[in-house]
Ligand binder design. Structure first.
Ligand code: PAF
Length: 280
């Protein structure tokens, strides 16, 4: 296995980037890499000549009650994942390198969608995400960037930002990787105790119940009711939202492709998941 080069400064990133010819892809991460990240990297590797992975725990997207210091940092094993998945270059800057003048005064406004769903319970979250994503796009100058469908609202807003602001990059969504029992892979799963992990399975099972109801000819309301029933039968799950929307997260269509999204707290861990759904 060849290793990926590691750079920590913008100057070293730039020096490596100018040597890259052909198509360049970037996969942005906050580290604590798992098979879901690896599938993003493999998808990127298939379509590009060079792959840059960024590892940066972005302080801008943590709220005052969300523990930035508690976020897992596992650089050594992350570098192994990057090498295995064929990344040429890993950019892992410090907060000072990314924000030399302290927290940036100019931040991207994600618009109305940024205040809904995840944005409703995490004020400022998508301002922080889009600001760092745009900075990392400017620094890495990729042709393609790959985001997981697991964070579907993030994928939607990043796509929207690149369209609205004419950022010259193709945003590619990659399907969620799941454990054999359906649990969507997430860096946060490591916080779940064994009984909490069992309770968390209600999320993916509920989404599947909704999708199956629609596939069997059920209406949008029936699909949503089936998902609700499955999730609310699990006492260990404290539901935040369960919504059926259009694929671009606009109002749900009466027929055709839609997206079912869920967020819930299991113990002290907030989990999100979503699934594509076809309304008959
Ligand atoms: O999805 C993530 O890990 C983060 O939100 C991202 C896109 C790396 C920005 O910090």
């Amino acid at each position: 296995m060849t290793t990926s080069s590691l750079v920590n400064t913008v100057a070293d990133l730039d020096a490596a980037r100018v040597k890259m010819t052909g198509r360049v892809a970037v996969v942005m991460t906050m580290g604590a890499l798992h098979d879901g990240h690896e599938s993003l990297m493999r998808a990127a590797r298939e379509r590009a000549d060079h792959l840059i992975v960024t590892i940066f725990v972005n302080p801008l997207q943590f709220g005052p009650n969300e523990d930035l210091d508690r976020y897992p940092r596992t650089l050594e094993s992350d570098l192994e994942v990057c090498a295995r998945a064929g990344a040429d270059l890993v950019f892992a800057p410090s907060a000072r390198e990314m924000y030399p003048d302290g927290p940036p005064q100019v931040r991207l406004n994600p618009g109305p969608l940024g205040e809904e769903l995840e944005g409703a319970s995490r004020p400022g979250f998508f301002h922080g995400v889009l600001t760092v994503v745009l900075k990392l796009l400017q620094l890495t100058r990729p042709d393609l960037t790959f985001f997981g469908e697991k964070d579907y609202q993030q994928l939607t807003l990043v796509t929207r930002m690149t369209r609205d602001l004419n950022v010259p990059v193709e945003v590619v969504g990659v399907p969620t990787v799941r454990e054999p029992d359906g649990l969507a892979l997430s860096s946060r799963n490591r916080y779940l105790s064994v009984p909490e992990r069992t309770a968390a399975l209600a999320l993916s099972a509920g989404l599947r119940a909704g999708a199956d109801t629609a596939a069997g000819g059920g209406s949008a309301d029936q699909a949503l009711a089936a998902a609700h029933a499955r999730i609310e039968a699990e006492p260990g799950v404290d539901l935040d939202y369960l919504v059926l929307l259009a694929p671009d997260l606009g109002p749900a269509p009466a027929h055709g492709p839609a997206r079912l999204l869920v967020a819930a707290r299991v113990g002290t861990t907030r989990l999100i998941d979503n699934i594509p759904i076809e309304l008959p």
